[in-house]
Design a protein around this ligand. Structure first.
Ligand SMILES: [Zn+2]
Length: 260
């Protein structure tokens, strides 16, 4: 279990299933202990036991089973409060509080902004607590989620909303997909020095069996191929090589379709 310090909470990162991350957010100012996207209840229970604290909340980013499978058992064990998007109220198990994007959300003494990141699914939300972003499957290390329910345009808007956050915002995404994503990135952005440096760094990190997550918004903006359409030079060159319009949406759509 890796842990990360923020000013008013700490975050514990729990690997689950093949490549999921479950996060426990432990408040430093009150008794809140919240789990984000519990793929597996038993892993969360073990971590609560180790911390010696009861689970108070479940926060879901979207409805997929590998983010919500632990909801029911954890609700039964801890009688915790389950929070999810109002859009997904019918498909998030045991939901108690349905929230909407652009709404401030109070979790004990901690406050979050709720960001609409629809595209991978409709009703996908991200939680921003200070400089910690829980973005589920909307944004990955050097990648983004496949578009199952939304449109390319909607997904691009969601990614742009995340790109507007401060560069030092920590990106706590829900999967360790960084290395395969970087292999795709290298193929489409070969001359990017920041990308080369990241490939070197993250390859080393995985050889040491450590997580490449969290990354930061700044790192993603400079190396993630699905945010690179924001860069005019990249956009122009990519559009030229692939004979497509040089709008950001057109370049993003081509990249997303090419990755498959
Ligand atoms: Zn998903």
């Amino acid at each position: 279990m890796s842990s990360y310090q923020h000013s008013s909470f700490q975050i514990h990162q729990l690997p689950a299933l093949n490549d999921n991350y479950i996060y426990l957010m432990e408040s430093k100012i009150d008794s809140v202990l919240a789990v984000i996207d519990p793929a597996d209840a038993s892993i969360v229970n073990q971590a609560c036991k180790r911390l010696g604290k009861p689970l108070t909340h479940i926060l879901n980013t979207h409805h997929h089973w590998d983010h919500t499978d632990g909801n029911k058992a954890l609700k039964q064990r801890w009688n915790c409060t389950v929070v999810g998007a109002a859009h997904d109220a019918a498909r998030i198990p045991c939901i108690d509080i349905a929230i909407s994007p652009e709404q401030a959300f109070q979790l004990g003494g901690l406050q979050a902004d709720i960001i609409d990141v629809g595209g991978h699914t409709l009703g996908h939300i991200a939680y921003l607590f200070d400089d910690a972003l829980f973005c589920g499957d909307a944004l990955f290390g050097a990648g983004c989620g496949r578009i199952f329910e939304g449109t390319f345009e909607q997904t691009w808007q969601s990614l742009q909303a995340l790109a507007q956050l401060d560069d030092d915002t920590k990106v706590y995404c829900a999967h360790e997909y960084t290395l395969p994503n970087l292999r795709f990135a290298r193929g489409v952005d070969a001359n990017n020095a920041a990308l080369k440096a990241r490939i070197h760094r993250d390859t080393q990190t995985r050889m040491e069996q450590k997580p490449t997550i969290p990354s930061t918004i700044g790192i993603e903006k400079s190396t993630n191929p699905f945010l690179r359409p924001l860069n005019a030079d990249f956009r122009t060159e990519y559009a030229h090589i692939n004979h497509i319009d040089d709008t950001a949406l057109s370049v993003f759509t081509h990249l997303r379709q090419t990755k498959g």
